[in-house]
Design a protein around this ligand. Structure first.
Ligand SMILES: [Fe+2]
Length: 83
């Protein structure tokens, strides 16, 4: 049974959130690398985790015969991490 358009669109929206979250974690990691190597490592693990969530959702839509639509991801905040 194919995925409904409503579900497909909702999951595509969630993929966008997952990738935007990943982008923010990645944006914070260079600042952390300068001060706290362990935090940089943790932030990059979170980046991987969020990308993994996006890929699982994306693959689910494809498996169910749906269409994946990726939207633009905005620039992360300039000072995502300050300390
Ligand atoms: Fe997530």
């Amino acid at each position: 049974m194919n995925i409904s358009t409503k579900m497909q669109n909702a999951i595509n929206g969630q993929v966008q959130y997952e990738l935007a979250s990943a982008y923010i974690y990645l944006a914070m990691s260079p600042t952390a690398k300068r001060r706290l190597a362990w935090m940089c490592h943790w932030l990059r693990l979170q980046w991987q985790e969020e990308v993994g969530h996006a890929m699982r959702l994306l693959n689910y839509v494809l498996r169910r015969g749906g269409r994946v639509t990726l939207e633009e991801i905005g620039k992360p905040p300039a000072n995502s991490l300050r300390f």
